[in-house]
Design a protein around this ligand. Structure first.
Ligand SMILES: Cc1cc2nc3c(=O)[nH]c(=O)nc-3n(C[C@H](O)[C@H](O)[C@H](O)COP(=O)(O)OP(=O)(O)OC[C@H]3O[C@@H](n4cnc5c(N)ncnc54)[C@H](O)[C@@H]3O)c2cc1C
Length: 316
């Protein structure tokens, strides 16, 4: 659904009807208000926010974006094309069609036009996920302060089926489900950690500062923040965090984020999938191995395993 917005003329007429000519400061008007040549629509269809729940208490909500208003019939992809045309000028005439241009820019890593689109999210996630997320340095972040406010009684508590066994191949990851008895022991251990919340509350009531009382809480406690980032860097985040090597829980958040931005920038989102997320990087050694039909020229076991995975994807 798209919501039509008031034109500049309509806005000015409204201000004038209210006796306000846009100059309450006693200064002369020094800028020209130029009406949009075409009707503008809200890319979020007039919604206050778009929300997706994640896990038991988590959430990713798109609360705003830039451009929010676009010419009728367009999406926020429009801002990428607009920026590219100003920067590449006549050069873009070869790829005159918008979709073709965006896909060309994505393929050739002409990244700055993608920075012209911005997203602001409100996210609620466990602290152990926030620690991974905050490593993405190009975003602007404002987090809930547990020095200023009391941490809420909400903890990430996976279901029995989601308790994962330590992976044998990936030292950083978990893979298959754990046997139910051990999984239950793990959940009992989480219950005990969560029960510490009662002590936390009591100690705050006894006057212990919030900034210290919180240090006994587990990293499964939820935090929240506003996270603003441009499309280029959102895609970097998604590329790393939707990937199967990322922890399952942050993958779930990243996929929710992708679902929220996709309708706003459908062409760029498709190009991201085609040329980044679902694409494959080949090393010089791998190209040589394909050309010669010989094994990969390395004794490094991990590199060989990675090549085996790629060959499987390529059907070689
Ligand atoms: C599966 C996985 C496992 C990980 N394991 C670990 C781990 O064990 N320990 C650990 O500490 N971290 C770990 N990380 C975090 C990882 O090392 C990165 O810090 C994180 O993914 C952020 O990536 P980034 O720097 O590309 O992102 P961003 O900070 O968002 O930066 C985006 C891009 O901007 C540029 N950029 C940003 N800041 C600078 C700068 N100051 N100087 C130059 N260029 C800059 C770079 O090109 C960068 O790629 C892991 C990440 C993943 C996905």
């Amino acid at each position: 659904m798209v919501t039509r917005c008031r034109s500049d003329e309509e806005n000015l007429a409204l201000l004038s009807a209210r006796g306000n000519r846009g100059n309450d400061m006693g200064m002369s008007d020094e800028f020209k208000r130029v009406a949009s040549e075409v009707p503008l629509v809200d890319v979020m269809g007039g919604s206050g926010r778009w929300e997706i729940s994640v896990h038991d208490h988590g959430m990713v909500a798109l609360v705003d974006c830039m451009p929010r208003l676009v010419p009728e019939g367009k999406t926020a992809d429009f801002a990428i094309v607009q920026a590219a045309r100003v920067s590449y000028g006549a050069g873009t005439k070869q790829v005159s069609e918008d979709r073709g241009l965006i896909r060309y820019l994505a393929r050739h890593r002409h990244t700055t036009p993608f920075e012209m689109v911005e997203f602001k999210f409100h996210c609620v996630m466990p602290i152990f996920i926030a620690r991974q997320w905050i490593r993405h340095r190009t975003a602007n972040v404002n987090e809930y302060s547990a020095r200023y406010s009391v941490v809420q009684d909400r903890f990430y508590h996976p279901s029995l089926e989601n308790v994962r066994k330590q992976s044998k191949t990936n030292r950083q990851g978990g893979s298959e489900p754990m046997d139910p008895m051990t999984a239950q022991q793990f959940l009992d251990y989480l219950d005990k950690c969560e029960a510490l919340y009662g002590d936390y509350e009591r100690l705050i009531e006894s006057g212990v500062s919030r900034e210290l009382a919180r240090i006994g809480l587990p990293v499964s406690a939820y935090t929240e923040w506003y996270w603003k980032c441009d499309l280029h860097n959102v895609c970097r985040f998604l590329s790393l965090r939707m990937d199967a090597h990322a922890q399952q829980e942050i993958q779930d958040y990243a996929r929710a984020m992708y679902a929220l931005i996709k309708p706003i920038v459908p062409v760029a989102a498709e190009a991201f999938m085609d040329y980044d997320f679902e694409s494959m990087h080949l090393t010089r050694l791998e190209i040589e191995a394909i050309k010669s039909g010989k094994p990969l020229a390395t004794e490094n076991k991990r590199e060989t395993a990675e090549w085996d995975e790629k060959k499987k994807r390529l059907g070689l």
